[in-house]
Write a new protein. Structure first.
Length: 359
């Protein structure tokens, strides 16, 4: 249930399998998962103690924020293959390998029908859907051996801070859809919300993950010491906000509705994440490495954002498809015009972080 002093927003990817669906417009996220494969292998080879299976012959994996596929299947397969190799390296025969159960978790509004219709036919695991937010308990105590999340758990907030929507607040974020080019008060509200969410997230996962279990996250981050306004992901969000402002000035969308839209995302730095993990105390940071950062073409970037977040704009402004086309065509044009600034070297990183439950 949403708190009364905050505005809850559900980030729901475009469903189905059509032209603008997430499944057909998520190559950017998929490439990050594929580039993390060697780190997943390293994580399981070096950090996973198979003694965690002492009380069960079933290895349980959860993918948080799974969306509608196919990226989640690639991530899960990488994990399962690495665990099988680990078992066989310790002398296990094929008949002695654990069974695998995979839990695909996302909001109840997620297109689970599309997800399950596209499940790999030759998968080596039992599949189950777990509807509900990962901002809260989603699994029984000490039931998971490996948790994975890509482009979801770390940067998606549970809600928009109420202050940024309050016209009487110094943090009122009028005319902007993100925090990065706003006042210090706005930035501090988003920083505080992210810290609160991560504290709660780690507390909940500490209940659900077995002692010695692992959690792996892939997410876009802000390099240490880099201003929020200088990061790649925030520059693109600001540019998209400017497109909405252009359309509001042309009377195609409402200024009032624009003032009530803030994207529920925050891009943390490695330093910030280290701080919140240490404060929680239940997990150790085993691996923290940057992944190769893809430089997507403007058209690919526009399609990826539309597939992942287009539904927010469509529902908030009650847009028809042709108006949504116009929004993202304008966004693509602006990305092309400002590419040298957006793609400034050093302002974009993807992080792979591996945590281990230690207490």
């Amino acid at each position: 249930m949403a708190e009364t002093n905050n505005i809850e927003v559900v980030v729901k990817v475009n469903s189905g399998n059509d032209r603008y669906s997430y499944s057909k417009n998520s190559s950017f996220q998929r490439n990050a998962i594929q580039s993390a494969k060697e780190l997943i292998n390293k994580a399981i080879t070096e950090k996973l103690d198979m003694k965690i299976l002492a009380s069960s012959k079933t290895f349980r994996v959860a993918d948080l924020g799974c969306a509608a596929g196919p990226n989640t299947f690639i991530a899960v397969q990488n994990i399962i293959e690495a665990v099988e190799v680990k078992c066989q390296s310790q002398g296990a025969e094929i008949s002695q390998l654990p069974e695998f159960q995979v839990f695909f978790n996302d909001h109840a509004l997620n297109d689970f029908n599309q997800l399950f219709k596209s499940l790999p036919s030759e998968r080596r695991y039992f599949a189950a859907g777990v509807p509900g937010s990962f901002h809260g308990r989603a699994f029984p105590s000490e039931s998971l051996h490996f948790v994975h999340s890509s482009y979801a758990a770390v940067q998606v907030l549970s809600r928009v801070p109420a202050e940024v929507m309050d016209k009487g607040s110094a943090a009122y974020n009028k005319g902007r859809i993100n925090y990065s080019h706003s006042s210090d008060e706005v930035v501090k509200c988003f920083e505080a919300q992210h810290a609160k969410d991560m504290e709660s997230f780690l507390k909940d996962r500490a209940e659900e993950v077995v002692l010695g279990g692992l959690m792996a996250f892939i997410f876009p981050a802000r390099p240490n010491g880099t201003l929020h306004s200088e990061t790649f992901v925030n520059k693109t969000a600001t540019l998209l906000g400017s497109c909405l402002m252009d359309m509001a000035n042309q009377g195609k969308i409402s200024h009032e509705k624009l003032d009530t839209l803030n994207l529920p995302v925050y891009f943390t730095s490695p330093q910030e994440l280290e701080t919140v993990v240490k404060q929680n105390g239940c997990f150790s940071i085993e691996i923290m490495e940057s992944l190769d950062q893809e430089r997507p073409q403007p058209k690919v970037m526009s399609s990826a954002i539309r597939g992942g977040m287009g539904g927010i704009f469509k529902e908030h402004f009650d847009l028809q498809e042709e108006t949504l086309d116009e929004l993202f065509d304008l966004f693509q044009k602006k990305v092309e015009e400002q590419s040298s600034s957006i793609y400034n070297s050093g302002n974009a990183i993807n992080l792979f972080v591996l945590l281990k439950r230690v207490i």
